[in-house]
Design a protein around this ligand. Structure first.
Ligand code: NAD
Ligand code: MG
Length: 324
């Protein structure tokens, strides 16, 4: 059965937040023929952008009042307050509340009203890809889930929204809030953001401390990572292995498992456990409420790492990088 936007054809959709996901969702849904209003704080940082894109921008309160579906696309940490102050008092009974990440619902920092549908549509890609794939007639795969179905139409609404994003042109996969939240957090911590950036920094440090020039080290451990990741993305480890030399393959087999070994996997399991038992969510919420002192310090350390300095100099000479 083809999934269409049918279930939302007569619905008004309010998009709250106009950042990475919010802008892409608003534009794609509108281009799919749906009725979209963007809810933003007056004079907020992205309100001019939404207006320039031709949207009617309302206050979050007015957008929620008029909506049959509200997509919460603000940063995760501001969602509980937004729900409490703006969404809960204004949302119509029977409306749908949609998230792109299950964090607050799963960890119960938002307790949704009992008379609404609560659904999730999480594109497996950043906002700019959700938009550019849509524009060329394709789409980014989407996960979808139902947490609460009071109307009997929650699933149809979720899949219709995903179809409006272009996700149905690629792939829709059903999940639940727990699975989406825990796997998403684990992936970004252990492999994608945390694991990959730490691997790059440690590789760079190893070469530079051994006396090799930072420029050469930068190309080896950061720049060329893209070539490898593109091969993984297109055809998995099979394709990557078929494109690198025999020498590179042999080195992979004998050295890879020494860098990331059984002890690393044990630590990955510990990280997963802290995600599952709520420790990570509690720590992150406390850090946010305390004004992000540790977050800022650790971020500054990443920004001050020597690879960032040489990287900026080299990237300035690779003009094609800035044309995207
Ligand atoms: P973002 O930081 O890019 O954009 C957030 C938007 O919310 C901005 O328009 C900002 O001005 C607005 N905003 C901030 N505080 C606000 C407030 N108090 N009231 C109203 N608006 C406010 O966020 P994002 O990365 O698009 O993330 C949005 C949601 O999508 C999150 O739940 C995130 O987990 C999820 N998600 C993001 C990605 C991604 O690639 N970035 C992918 C999948 C899911
Ligand atoms: Mg790091």
């Amino acid at each position: 059965m083809t999934v269409t936007t049918q279930a939302l054809q007569t619905s008004r959709i309010a998009i709250l937040g106009y950042g990475s996901q919010g802008r892409a969702h608003a534009l794609n849904l509108r281009d799919s023929g749906l009725d979209v209003v963007v809810g933003l704080r007056p004079g907020g940082p992205t309100s001019a952008k939404a207006t320039a894109d031709g949207f009617v921008v309302a206050t979050p309160e007015d957008a929620v009042k008029s909506a049959d579906l509200v997509a919460v696309l603000t940063p995760d940490m501001v969602q509980p307050k937004l729900y409490e102050e703006v969404i809960a008092p204004n949302l119509k009974a029977g409306a749908a509340l949609l998230f792109a990440h299950g964090f607050n619902v799963h960890f119960k920092t938002i307790a949704p009203r009992g008379d609404i549908d609560v659904i999730l549509v999480a594109p497996k890609g950043p906002g700019y890809l959700v938009r550019t794939e849509f524009e060329i007639g394709r789409g980014v795969p989407c996960l979808y889930a139902v947490y609460q179905d009071t109307t009997g139409e929650a699933e149809e609404r979720a899949t219709a929204y995903a179809a409006g994003l272009g996700g149905a042109r690629a792939l829709l996969i059903e999940t639940d809030f727990k699975e989406e939240t825990e796997t998403d957090l684990f992936g970004e911590q252990a492999v994608l953001c945390g694991g990959a950036s730490e691997l790059v920094q440690k590789g760079f440090e190893t070469l530079v401390e051994a006396g090799y020039r930072p420029e050469i080290a930068y190309y080896e451990v950061l720049h060329e990572l893209k070539l490898i990741v593109d091969l993984l993305y297109q055809g998995g480890i099979t394709k990557m292995l078929s494109f690198v030399s025999e020498t590179a393959q042999y080195g992979d087999y004998v050295s890879g498992p020494r860098v990331v070994d059984a002890a690393t996997k044990e630590r990955m399991k510990a990280i997963l456990k802290e995600i599952q038992d709520g420790t990570f969510a509690r720590n992150w919420t406390e850090e946010y409420k305390a004004g992000l002192p540790n977050y800022r310090r650790m971020k500054q350390a990443d920004l001050d790492h020597p690879i960032e300095k040489v990287g900026a100099q080299l990237r300035a000479k690779m003009v094609w990088l800035n044309e995207a």
